[in-house]
Each structure stands twice: as C-alpha cells, then as structure tokens.
Design a protein around this ligand. Structure first.
Ligand SMILES: Nc1ncnc2c1ncn2[C@@H]1O[C@H](COP(=O)(O)OP(=O)(O)O)[C@@H](O)[C@H]1O
Ligand SMILES: [Mg+2]
Length: 296
C-alpha cells in the first residue's frame, strides 16, 4: 500500500498546514529552520514541535539537528499533500493496491466519491538522484544553487504534461480518460488489461498493430507525437488497446518531431516483427501517419 495512504487518516488540518509550509519553503532551504516554521505559522512552539515530531514519526518529513534544527518534506509528504487535495476536491475517496510500476512512476488503483475505480499515477522522476539531494548540507539554496530541478519539480511538470496530453487526446484517441491532476499526481480511468510487453500471445496480432498505428495517426492529427512509444506503453484489453504514458509528448511542430515519430513507429514495428513475425514497413507506416495530417 502507498505509505501516505496508510497514514492519511491520522492526519489533521494542522499537519497539512505544516506540510504545506515546508512545501512552500522547499525552494529556499534544504532544511527549513524550526524557528522559521514557528514564527510563520503562528502556532505555539509546543504545538509546532508536537506536529513536526508526529510528521517525522509518520515518515512524511526528514529532520536534521545540526548545525540547526530543520525539516524538509519528503516524497511521502508530497504524496500526502496531493492525496489531501484530491480528497478535498471530491475526486478520490480511497487508494487501493499498486497496479503498476514504471520507469518513473508508481500507479495505484483508487475509488472516486461516486464509487468508480480509477488509476492514480504518482510520478517519481529521478528517484535515484533524490538520495543525493538529502545529503547536501547548505543552509540557503542561494548559497549553493541547485544545478538541476528537484525530483518533485520535474515530477510536477510531467504530471501536468501528461494530464494535458490526455485532455487533448481523449476520447478520439484510445487513451485513459483524464480525471484530475494535482502536484506530481495524475488521476485517470483505470484500464483492465495488461501491458503489451507482458502479453504471451495475441489472437490477431496484425489487427492489434493496425489499431495501434491508427491511434498514433489520430494523435498526430491532434498534433501530438508520443515520443516515448513502445510495447511497454500499450495496454491490451478485451476491447482493444490503450496508449499510455504521455508526459514527454511533443507537438508536431517540434523541431525533432519527425525523428520522434520515426522512433515511435520503428519501436512498435520492430516489436511486432520480432515477436509475432508481422512485417510491415516503417516507411509506409510513417507516410500513412503523416499523409493524413491537416495541411499547413
Ligand atoms: N490507467 C491505468 N490503468 C491501469 N494500469 C495502469 C494505468 N496507467 C498505468 N498503468 C500501469 O502502470 C505502469 C506504468 O505506467 P506508465 O504510465 O507507463 O508510467 P512510466 O512512465 O513510469 O512507465 C504501466 O505499465 C501499467 O502496468
Ligand atoms: Mg511506461
């Protein structure tokens, strides 16, 4: 189970207020000094200390004693804030089991307030380099500016982009229905199927390839190229296929648009050739996709 979902019910408004403050201050400090938290939130020192100790015990924040007492919000803390926002907006009511792990995300099943099942995708971009940031010691970031965007910033950008792509593509292109997004999280329709990469056999592989190509073409007609496409990002269901994982999409006017499109097509064509002995020409598929683009 998602850690933040497990501890969520123990959290009260005051806890979220402190988490939110740590989030707001994160661009300025590696560890937000205790005195600043107390001063800014207008809580008594003892209430503030109690809350921080609780959040620390629940593993939503990290603490450091030297050279000053300070705290920062970790991945679970950001998850808790995103869940809280989605619950308060009436989007979700409960989070269930993990249903997918990708290169850069964890995906869980969830229930909406109307009892519908949805998928909730938590972006964890660069979770490997996250550790690296934790050991840094600077007090102010200004003194030692971050060379790259933090994992949370990059994850928030990705979530926003994926949600925007789904909004533009759905329902004409077969993609999950966009439901909501907040911070580094996207909520979308749950797919009952399996990734094409895990499929052992297909009744009619040519037909499945045709469905995929037609969806890539429809996306292109909406000016969108997937740009990270492969059999890992196709879900096969009883009804057909769904194309997933869109945060890195590019507009067809992007200077490298044709290269991305070529790579997307070649990946899927190669997969069908190797696995199912279906041989189609990438050139012809690309021409087919480009051919139907609205003329300038
Ligand atoms: N809407 C969904 N419904 C059900 N499972 C999903 C959904 N979206 C993603 N998954 C599962 O989560 C995995 C990772 O999702 P994906 O969007 O490809 O993220 P990543 O960028 O991490 O690869 C997928 O392979 C799939 O198994
Ligand atoms: Mg993927």
């Amino acid at each position: 189970m998602l850690h933040a979902a497990r501890v969520y019910r123990q959290l009260i408004d005051r806890d979220f207020k402190v988490l939110k403050f740590l989030e707001d201050q994160a661009p300025r400090y590696y560890y937000v000094p205790m005195e600043i938290i107390v001063k800014s939130l207008g809580m008594t020192e003892s209430k503030c200390e109690y809350t921080l100790r609780k959040l620390h015990k629940l593993k939503l924040i990290r603490a450091r004693r030297k050279p000053y007492l300070g705290f920062y919000i970790n991945m679970h803390g950001y998850d808790a804030l995103a869940i809280n926002a989605l619950v308060n907006r009436g989007v979700i009511e409960a989070i269930g089991d993990k249903i997918g792990v990708g290169k850069e995300s964890d995906v869980y099943t969830a229930l909406t307030s109307s009892g519908e099942r949805v998928a909730i995708k938590f972006f964890r971009i660069g979770r490997l380099s996250f550790k690296h940031i934790q050991v840094r010691r600077a007090y102010y970031l200004e003194a030692e500016p971050r060379k790259q965007l933090t994992w949370i910033k990059r994850s928030m950008i990705s979530a926003r982009r994926e949600y925007r792509a789904l909004k533009r593509l759905h329902p004409e292109v077969s993609v999950p229905r966009p439901v909501a997004h907040n911070r580094h999280v996207v909520v979308m329709g749950e797919i009952y199927g399996i990734p094409l990469s895990d499929v052992k056999d297909l009744d009619d592989p040519s037909y499945v390839l045709e469905l995929i190509i037609n969806n890539l073409k429809k996306a292109y007609e909406k000016n969108i190229i997937h740009a990270d496409f492969s059999h890992y990002n196709v879900m096969v269901t009883e009804e057909g296929v769904l194309l997933i994982d869109w945060p890195q999409y590019v507009h067809r006017k992007h200077p490298l648009a044709n290269e991305y499109l070529r790579r997307d097509v070649e990946n899927i064509v190669r997969f069908f050739s190797r696995k199912f002995r279906i041989n189609v020409s990438s050139e012809e598929v690309i021409a087919y996709i480009l051919g139907s683009a609205p003329q300038e």
